[in-house]
Design a protein around this ligand. Structure first.
Ligand SMILES: Nc1nc2c(c(=O)[nH]1)N[C@H]1C(S)=C(S)[C@@H](COP(=O)(O)O)O[C@H]1N2
Ligand SMILES: [Mo]
Length: 253
């Protein structure tokens, strides 16, 4: 078990419960702070509610509700020579690194991923650009993979590095905190609607982080890096669109 209670709380701080818990850190060391925080149950309740809400499942749909066509958006083909070679070899040599603040860095093949117990979920994808689609995503949960890699106590975020290049040649990147990383519906999807992901939807593997807007769902993932801070990732806001267009890092829906 990697996600200690403390880690779960620290993860919560990163977004929703931020004020509550950083307040806790700041005043918790003094007796007065302790009395303020723990005399009544208010702080606790607020904190508890924030965490409970974030671990609740996103709505799942029935097979009859699936969209006949699932749009693609953003990069539809990374189209680099390197990626084209992976397409040609059907991703036989694709690796997903899990590294950074872990005790056992991993380099997983697609065969490794496909051999993991998988979760399927029929969910609605919502893009900020104003469209939605309901599709069935299948792949291993991120949680056991992180447990295999052994997150260090200092790890607070996961950064997803992608194979496609955006304007200026910058590879797409996104990040989530540990609460979302350990969420039951957070998976590395390699099937969409029971078929291997096509190039447009992020082949061979993409993140699904179901309670967030579309841009958080990184496609073409080749590296998952555990970090203590997002300061030195891109321009420091945690994701490509966060950095270039000021999108919210926390894109909860
Ligand atoms: N690597 C990468 N991931 C990405 C994007 C992208 O351009 N590159 N676009 C994002 C956006 S804005 C959306 S809405 C979804 C679209 O996923 P889809 O193409 O499977 O519909 O992917 C997200 N993940
Ligand atoms: Mo999007």
């Amino acid at each position: 078990m990697i996600l200690t209670r403390r880690a779960a709380l620290v993860g919560g701080v990163a977004s929703g419960a931020g004020l509550v818990l950083s307040g806790c850190d700041a005043v918790g060391s003094s007796d007065l702070g302790r009395r303020i925080l723990f005399s009544g149950d208010d702080a606790h309740r607020i904190l508890q509610r924030g965490i409970t809400d974030r671990t609740a499942l996103a709505r799942e749909f029935g097979a009859d509700q699936m969209s006949p066509v699932f749009r693609s958006n953003g990069t539809r083909d990374p189209a680099t020579p390197d990626y084209a070679a992976h397409v040609a070899s059907r991703f036989a040599d694709w690796r997903i690194a899990i590294d950074g603040l872990v005790t056992r860095p991993l380099s997983l093949s697609m065969a490794d991923l496909r051999a993991m117990p998988a979760r399927s979920q029929i969910t609605r994808h919502d893009c900020v650009e104003g469209w939605s689609a309901i599709g069935k995503w299948t792949g291993p949960r991120l949680r056991p993979l992180l447990q295999l890699a052994g997150l260090r106590d200092s790890a607070r975020y996961l950064v997803f590095h992608c194979a496609d290049r955006m304007r200026g040649g910058v590879p797409y990147y996104e990040s989530i905190d540990l609460v979302d990383a350990f969420h039951a519906q957070t998976i590395l999807a390699w099937l969409l609607n029971d078929r291997p992901l096509d190039v447009a939807h992020g082949a061979p593997v993409r993140l699904r982080v179901e309670k967030h807007l579309g841009y958080k769902h990184a496609k073409y993932v080749h590296r998952i890096e555990a970090v203590a801070s997002l300061d030195r990732i891109g321009q420091g806001k945690g994701g490509y669109w966060e950095d270039v267009a000021d999108y919210d890092w926390y894109a909860g829906i």
